[in-house]
Design a protein around this ligand. Structure first.
Ligand code: HEC
Length: 109
């Protein structure tokens, strides 16, 4: 094998490797970036509360009628209550904050 053949080989595979690298990086981003309150709500809360907050499965409170303050909601989302588990080990405090804010939107819809 001559030197130029080796070089050819390297050039041929570089785009493929770059493509794989970019693909991998994009995958990482999509899983770690559940950013908006709505996305978090839809990933973790709809099973019991429903898309509109009104499902009230297993005794979950209708969120569209909740009279709790933002702080009260953050507390419950963090620590849980009765059959609702706490989310402090699952979500960051920023995520808990944004999902708590999102629950107020359920009232308007
Ligand atoms: C396993 C089912 C379940 C899941 C998942 C769940 N909840 Fe709940 N949630 C409940 C139940 C049950 C209650 C009522 C607890 C009680 O009776 O005190 C409740 C109560 C609440 C309350 C209090 C409402 C009020 O007015 O007292 C808030 C706020 C709330 N949930 C938000 C959320 C959010 C936000 C998520 C997602 C991060 C979530 N819940 C996920 C079952 C669930």
């Amino acid at each position: 094998m001559t030197h130029s053949m080796l070089l050819n080989h390297k050039i041929k595979y570089t785009p493929i490797l770059l493509g794989l690298l970019i693909f991998t990086l994009m995958q990482c981003q999509s899983t770690s970036e559940l950013k908006t309150g709505k996305e978090i709500y839809q990933a973790y809360c709809v099973n019991c509360h429903g898309v509109d907050g009104k499902l009230a499965a297993i005794g979950a409170i209708d969120l569209s009628r909740s009279g709790l303050s933002k702080e009260g909601r953050v507390e419950i989302i963090k620590n849980g209550r009765v059959t609702m588990m706490g989310f402090q080990d699952v979500l960051t405090s920023e995520q808990i904050d944004s999902v708590a804010s999102y629950t107020f939107k359920l009232k308007e819809e």
